[in-house]
Design a binder for this molecule. Structure first.
Ligand code: GLA
Length: 701
């Protein structure tokens, strides 16, 4: 047995490797001192077998198999295509060789009899985020079907006994659900051909004794299969095993003789608390995943036409909307659905990516010119991977959609999905999108995806990536958003190719507080579109004051998705003031460290971002507080000994402001130490629902 350690800034991983045998991760935790005897770590966790175990107790290791008595789910579940009735193939993978540097370990395994090799690669990246990929090479003579394609196998360190996963649905993404890891473990798959709203591609494990957390994610925009098998009967070594894999669904994944499968990256990060975990993922995304992040300018304030006009489009109406938008300080005008082919409702014309002459007799030129004149740039909605049965594209190529020959073609939202594995489909779509971008000054695409992929869609995600990559190479200056009926396709795989995501169709600010908090556990605020919607909200029906809607929207990539003409003068002024605040603070919000604040009142949601000498916090009361005087909001992430000037940026929440003891003091600013702010906090009027405060901090030199 040999030992290898990988060290990040604050983390160490220790692997035990045996040529001709197995590999295991025997330590994952705080960075170990130099000179630590790694064999002693393994010795400290070794025990003798007990009565009801195989004679050599099977440790799951990094590639669990059935061969020695492991009873959980094997990582490589293969069916031999020549002999499918024989069931799963017995595997015997053994470590052939490995290679390691300070931050990387590469392990090569082989099952000699099957001729299949596995290359496993663990790397520590920025933010101490650990990336794991697994490539599979079939050098043998047989064709196989693989149930799921493994990315990460991690025997979970025993201290992590709590699990947070994220259930969700359309307009209700990322609902945190907490449970103990044992005895039931966890299993979730997606079957929509995309991660969907189920959230099983994001997990946070925690140590309840210390609050330490371990976050994991599969960076893949197709189906996933996530599971945690627990050793409830003590058959192995007591550790539960986490597996994150590309989901094979009902058909599995083909592993043909002479081919290889490149794996998707799984990521994991260890942190002392949830805010530090968020910061680790944000650091990694900002420095290594998001395309050319360092070159991004300020995230422009959007106005999106969808909740203002829906399909009721005309050049005049859009120009009027753009003029209204400009008076608010909007910087980008986004024309949503309804601009192409015969698309006057959501049952038709997907695939016909040509400007509709009915709606725009003069093409998009005059609208875009007016938008530019008003000082904004122009964005456009597309849903390239879809086709409406009622479209010229479908009439010309009825075989281009995902379907089973001879079967019905069931639709969803009246639409079918194109088979993105077909090069001619990708070529057609590239031709349409490339022409649109060449012929019009389009700065931004909202790339939507509103149907689940069925009956089955092998190669779909690879095809989507190929199209997106080709388009980005041809138009490197166009920013792109990943939307999928809201948050149905959000993952680090798509985030390597786009500039923001649409976290939810739900713009109700109370719902958004929860949704943004959950997404920001993994994603930085600058990629999370955050729009002020209309009141009443079209999805929830709830009425919320503009002050509240606008303050909540500041903490993200801000936009407006409502018709300013239908707002009162007061509402417009309030919105414009918050857009100005957003512009003033986006440099902090989009580059700093995010802290999720904890408040004793369940109705209060609070977070803050610190960056250099500045910080901005949001504290929002959603319920009617059980007590009149809400507990102080305690801040985080400040230097204990530094002194900060604290102000409450105006406008203030209309009802609550009357309870401020000394408004002028808050205008001048209170000066307090980091320790006082983090320990004692600020008692703000937070009694009434829909009350939100922004808190600005500036360190005094
Ligand atoms: C999806 C998106 C919405 C909007 C509509 C347009 O539902 O999530 O934001 O673009 O499509 O049809």
């Amino acid at each position: 047995m040999e030992f290898v350690r990988l060290d990040g800034a604050a983390v160490t991983l220790v692997f035990a490797l045996e040529a001709g045998g197995t590999a295991d991760c025997v330590y994952l935790g705080a960075r170990l001192p130099e000179g630590e005897d790694l064999a002693m770590i393994a010795a400290a966790s070794a025990r003798r077998r007990h009565e009801s175990q195989p004679d050599v107790p099977p440790a799951p290791g990094l590639l669990p198999e059935r061969k020695a008595g492991w009873g959980g789910t094997p990582a490589m579940r293969l069916i031999d295509c020549e002999n499918p009735l024989a069931g799963e193939v017995a595997t015997d993978f053994r470590v052939r060789q490995w290679d390691a540097s300070e931050r990387e370990l590469w392990i090569d395994w082989e099952d000699e009899r099957l001729g299949i090799a596995i290359n496993l690669w663990w790397r520590i990246r920025s933010g101490d985020v650990v990336c794991v990929t697994c490539d599979i090479v079939n050098g043998g003579k047989n064709n196989f079907r693989l149930a799921d394609q493994p990315s990460l196998v991690l025997p979970i360190p025993r201290r992590f006994t709590g699990l947070t996963s994220y259930a969700g649905r359309w307009a209700g993404e990322m609902r945190e659900t907490c449970q103990p890891v044992a005895p039931n473990g966890f299993a979730r798959t997606s079957a929509a051909g995309k991660p969907g709203f189920g959230g099983g591609n994001w997990l946070v494990l925690d140590d309840p004794a210390t609050g330490e957390v371990l976050g994991t994610h599969l960076a893949w925009s197709g189906d996933y299969s996530t599971r945690i098998d627990c050793d409830t009967q003590g058959q192995y070594d007591g550790r539960a095993v986490l597996q994150m894999a590309l989901g094979g669904g009902a058909n599995g994944i083909s592993l043909l003789a002479g081919t290889d499968l490149a794996g998707a990256e799984a990521v994991l990060a260890l942190a002392p608390d949830r805010s530090a975990l968020a910061q680790a993922f944000h650091t990694y995304l900002r420095s290594e995943v998001l395309p050319s992040r360092a070159a991004w300018g300020p995230r422009k304030v959007h106005l999106n036409s969808w909740e203002a006009l829906a399909f009721d489009l005309s050049e005049d109406k859009l120009i009027a909307l753009a003029e209204q938008a400009a008076t608010l300080g909007i910087e980008r005008f986004v024309l949503d659905d309804g601009w192409f082919g015969g698309r006057r409702d959501d049952r038709t014309s997907l695939g016909d990516w040509f400007v509709s002459a009915d709606v725009f007799p003069n093409d998009l030129g005059p609208l875009i010119a007016r938008v530019h004149e008003l000082g904004m740039d122009f964005g456009l909605w597309v849903e390239p991977e879809m086709v409406s049965p009622d479209s010229d594209l479908y009439r010309a190529h009825p075989d281009w959609c995902l379907h089973t020959p001879g079967h019905d073609r069931p639709t969803m939202r009246g639409q079918l999905a194109l088979d993105m594995a077909r090069p001619e489909v990708r070529d057609y779509l590239f031709g349409c999108l490339d022409a649109l971008l060449r012929d019009h000054a389009i700065a931004y695409l909202k790339w939507d995806h509103n149907r689940d992929l069925f009956p089955s869609a092998p190669g779909q995600t690879e095809g989507f990536y190929a199209l997106l990559d080709k388009l980005r190479a041809a138009h490197p200056h166009v920013a792109i958003e990943s939307c999928s009926s809201g948050g149905g396709r959000i993952d680090f795989g798509v985030l390597a190719r786009v500039h923001r995501v649409w976290p939810s169709d739900n713009n109700d600010a109370i719902e958004r507080l929860r949704i943004m908090r959950a997404w920001s556990q993994f994603l930085p605020l600058e990629v999370l579109g955050s729009h002020v919607g209309p009141s009443p909200n079209p999805i929830t029906g709830r009425r919320l004051a503009m002050d509240f809607r606008a303050k909540v929207a500041v903490f993200g990539h801000m936009g407006v998705e409502a018709d300013p003409a239908r707002m009162t003068d007061k509402e417009r002024a309030c919105l414009a003031a918050h857009i100005a605040l957003y512009k003033q603070w986006r440099g902090v919000l989009h580059a700093g460290d995010l802290h999720h604040l904890v408040h004793p009142d369940e109705g209060v949601s609070a977070m803050m971002v610190t960056h250099g000498d500045k910080a901005l916090a949001l504290a929002a009361q959603t319920a009617f507080s059980p007590v009149f005087d809400a507990a102080p909001v305690r801040l985080a992430g400040l230097e204990p000994d530094a002194r900060y000037r604290v102000t409450l940026p105006e406008p203030w929440p209309p009802r609550a402001k009357h309870y401020l003891a000394d408004p002028d003091r808050w205008r001048e600013g209170l000066v307090l130490s980091g320790t006082a702010l983090m320990t004692h906090g600020l008692a703000l009027p937070l009694t009434h629902p829909e009350t939100a405060w922004l808190i600005a901090l500036e360190k005094i030199a």
